[in-house]
Design a protein around this ligand. Sequence first.
Ligand SMILES: [Zn+2]
Length: 321
Amino acid sequence: MGQASLGQGCPMSARTTADGRLHELVPGVHAWVQPDGSWWVNNAGLVRGRDAALVVDTCATARRTELFLAAAADAAGGTPIRWALNTHQHGDHTYGNSLLPASTTIIGHTLMRAGLSEDPVIDGCPPFWDPVPDWGPVVRRLPDLAVEGAVVVHLGELDVHLLHPGGPAHTPGDLVAWLPDRRVLFTGDLLFSGLTPLVFMGSVTGAMRALDWIAAFDPAVVVPGHGPVVEATGLGGVLAEHRRYYGFVAATAERGLAAGLSPLEAARTADLGEFAGWADSERLVLNLHRAYADHHGTDLDVIAAFTDATAWLGGPMHTHV
Ligand SMILES: [Zn+2]
């Protein structure tokens, strides 16, 4: 990557709630980073080739998506945004889909498309967050192109490889965007940099395996789904933090199951230790619900999981979406 790729003002460690900004990582490849990356405040991206541009994800609300798409159009400089990738089904990355140009083809994994088609939250967010997010004038827009395996999008001189980790990780239908010529990797929510990872709709063990998969790309720059951009020198540390956190979730679940505790009780007896300083720490409860469901071979009850997370927290989860 170039010397000036992460220039002055790039929020490598900022913890503010400012609006997003577009950061050019290498020529033609931009990260839209929204501080502070907590609930509903995601990262996105723009890749501009000679013939076409591709955006990576949209945002949760109309206002945030409009800011992103205006900056993306500006950086695309007249190159048509012909493609969009949805890295996974969650609304912080997809509710803004309907604000993309009608001529933009949206690509997502088959299971991602199925998940968004059934997502009830866009129709009325339950009161688990404070304030309750207002999505604004967006409507559900599903991917036009559903894929299961590897796909390459050709933008001219630039190729974008869309790849699935091989099983459930953050969600069942995760896709990353890999630019081999630029060595930039957009991971979606397979990585949260400096915030509590969330795997309750995926798999603790699958998310753990995905870390080795990410490392094997040997990227120069990684754009996580939330939190600051990660350069190659910092990636090992970020992956190690995730490994320790997933290990902590698995150990807490194992101990809770052995003691006959519910996920909420197990969370209440756990010491967050080094993870206490991460935003959205109540995700421990959600992640334990996933570990318990996988142990029992049952479906995860999303409403019960969120109800327990707010009980652990003593009130609604915080957002500034
Ligand atoms: Zn997200």
